[in-house]
Design a protein around this ligand. Structure first.
Ligand code: SF4
Length: 422
């Protein structure tokens, strides 16, 4: 295996500890890359093949760098653990409930020097045209000025910016660079991750494995509890905040990351094609994308055409099946029948009852009562299990039950015809 490079943001910094200890330490992006396609992970992190620069990534990096400089003067001594505790400053030393500026906080950069900083850090790599670059550049100016104004109006209490943290999470080495860690008014911590993407929603924050990993990192390195996990959407200045994850979210993630670590340790780098291949820069060397041998082309083309025709037949038969079952169902309803004999088999009508629960309503109910971590999944069956969970207050279960709707589905089974008299 090729030697691995030193850690840096967005990279595979675990390479260093891996080379020393033979164990992979994972960043979130490294985990996600391997989970999607192990071969792409090898191209990136072992063979160190460069990717084609893309303007939106460059833009995101520049904005992050400017925000790092903008917010850094506001950083106050943190509650970070240190070996032996010597020289440690705890949040309690300066927390007053968040009502006054933290000691050590410096004034914000004015608009003009902020834009000068932006110009200095600007990078033109990866844009498809001057026009595209200019559009991004002016979006960045607007976004930074608006965010600066917001910081002035509602100053945060950051305890760290762009901090690299490492942790041993139940035997698994993880690490990450965290955009910002803020003190909350109650003396806890808020993990903040900036996003420059066009769209972002509350669901993105709720389902973000990246935030879960950051929570673990902060919990292992700071004394104060993590109280909030936030994706800060810079285009709309919306902080999508979620409560910290419970064990029911963290344990499955730990398991998935452990599997990825095992795969890397065992050098299992199979190509795993999928929709993600469309944005992979390594298709030219990937074995899954070898050019077709000319001699094989006609035979394979015929197989593809046959497959396509069978799929079309399958769809047509499915439509016909559904039409026939519907007609049979209407006739059986009218006549009050449940068993309808044919010439060879008997069609038997069966009923299936299913419950549906709107998660966008259920989740806030559970969140408000602090019971979200009792929901172990997103399926209706998971919600039904929660309704029987005596660890959830009965009043909360009643509210969740009220959101449910009962749906009845009829379907037909075929049975052997009875040879006796009908
Ligand atoms: S093209 Fe697809 S299968 Fe091949 S390395 Fe890239 S992501 Fe993996």
């Amino acid at each position: 295996m090729a030697p691995l490079r030193a850690p840096r943001k967005g990279d595979e910094p675990s390479a260093r500890s891996r080379a020393v200890a033979g164990l992979p330490a994972l960043s979130y992006s490294s985990y996600r890359t391997y989970a999607e396609c192990p071969l792409r992970w090898r191209y990136l992190y072992v063979e160190r093949r460069p990717e084609v620069p893309r303007g939106y990534f460059t833009f995101g990096r520049v904005i992050h760098s400017v925000l790092e400089e903008l917010v850094r003067p506001l950083v106050v001594p943190s509650a970070r653990r240190r070996d032996g505790g010597e020289g440690q400053t705890t949040l309690r030393d300066w927390s007053d409930g968040g009502t006054s500026p933290a000691p050590g906080a410096q004034p914000l950069l004015e608009a003009e020097p902020l834009l000068a900083l932006y110009d200095r850090l600007w990078n033109d790599e990866g844009y498809s045209s001057r026009d595209e670059e200019e559009r991004y550049r002016s979006l960045g100016r607007e976004l930074l000025l608006r965010y600066r104004d917001r910081l002035e109006l509602e100053p945060p209490a950051p305890v760290a910016v762009e901090e690299h943290l490492e942790a041993r999470w139940n035997g698994l080495s993880v690490h990450g660079y965290i955009d910002r860690i803020d003190r909350t008014p109650s003396g806890g911590l808020e993990v903040v991750d900036y996003k420059t993407s066009r769209e972002l929603s509350a669901e993105d924050a709720e389902s973000s494995d990246q935030l879960s990993v950051y929570q673990v990192l902060v919990e292992h390195n700071y004394r104060a509890p993590v109280e909030r996990l936030t994706l800060l959407h810079l285009r709309s200045l919306t902080p999508w905040r979620t409560p910290p994850r419970g064990a029911r979210t963290l344990e499955p993630l730990h398991h998935r990351m452990g599997e990825v670590a095992d795969g890397i340790r065992e050098e299992a780098f199979e190509p795993t094609p999928g929709p993600h291949c469309a944005r992979c820069d390594f298709r030219g060397i990937c074995p899954e994308f070898r050019p077709m041998p000319t001699a094989e082309a006609p035979r394979l083309a015929a197989l593809v055409d046959r497959f396509d025709a069978l799929r079309a037949d399958e769809r047509r038969l499915e439509r016909e099946l559904s039409r026939t079952a519907g007609e049979l169902h209407r006739a059986a309803e009218e006549l009050g029948l449940h068993r309808v004999p044919g010439s060879k088999v008997v069609a038997v009508r069966r009923r299936e009852v299913a419950w549906q629960y709107p998660l966008e309503v259920v989740r806030p109910i559970l969140e408000r009562s602090g019971a979200l971590d009792r929901l172990n999944g997103e399926s209706p069956d998971d919600v039904r299990r929660l309704l029987r969970d005596s660890g959830v207050p009965s009043e909360v279960r009643r509210k969740v039950a009220e959101t449910g709707s009962r749906q009845v589905r009829w379907f037909w089974d075929l049975e052997e015809a009875d040879d006796g008299p009908r």
